[in-house]
Design a protein around this ligand. Sequence first.
Ligand SMILES: [Zn+2]
Length: 338
Amino acid sequence: MVASMTSVEPGDSSAHDDEQSVLDEARAVLDPLEARPWVDMEALDHAHRLLLVHAHPDDETIGTGATMAKYAAEGALVTLVTCTQGEEGEILVPDLEHLAAGRDGGLGLHRADELAVAMEALRVTDHRFLGGPGRWRDSGMMDTPANEAPTCFWRADFDEAVDALVRVIRDVRPQVVVTYDANGGYGHPDHIQAHRVTVAAVDRAADPAGTPDAGEPWEVAKLYFSAIPKSYLQAAVEAIRESGSEAFERAGSPDELPGGVSDEEITTQIDAAGQLDAKLAAMRAHATQIAVDGFFFALSNRLGQQAFGREHYVLVRGERGRGDGPNGWETDLFAGLG
Ligand SMILES: [Zn+2]
């Protein structure tokens, strides 16, 4: 659907062919979809419903892809809301550099296509852009021109953005919501905004007076922020040092790296090593953003399946379930909910 919207100059078929072949390459490694009887179910027929709010296409896969694939495979309703199409991302595929915001443009639509392929890989069928595709633009990093644009997510009318997410929450009624911490994990304005909008929308969705035309109030039982334990960052840094790979040149000590959370603060570890192939296929789908010879793939090779298939969270609202994992961590986002 999105592919047909991709704007191509008349007569410029080669640019489009390049885009298509990159997507086809990513799609070619996917396993054929097995029968999934729950796909046609209504949202509320799923006993477990998980909503994730991310800033750009690819964030969902890098941070939470194995978790999404695991719960989708178990028959939970997994809903992904992405706040922007990531128009300001760097482009790592030379043949597609013309899609950059400063040149022909079109990166956002292409990344929407990449995201669709990634969702096929993770078997996630409910994916939405906040407010509809293209409603808010990638804000770029702080103090860049993209960050000044009135259409960027950083400058969104806050109430409008919150209302848009309230509509999704009341539509799918998730017991569990996942987003970033107050620093957006690493300080990107769209990640910070995704955090603010999500926290406000969880409150407003439960308030009978909030967004009155958006359906029945719904109280989310558990809210999590995705996180990386410092011990995992430490392991990553060691793997980086040992590898000597160019992809790892920028790595510093775990304390210098953004996004690390002490192991004591972590509440939950989802061990989804069985879904690592799906996560790696989804990473390959985001070809303009994640180079197959770059950081994340190298890290997955160095750290191995166990480390890379585990994803971590901090429970910030709701009751913590039984901690049957290492360090007393929960091993299920729905723990304690029955
Ligand atoms: Zn992002």
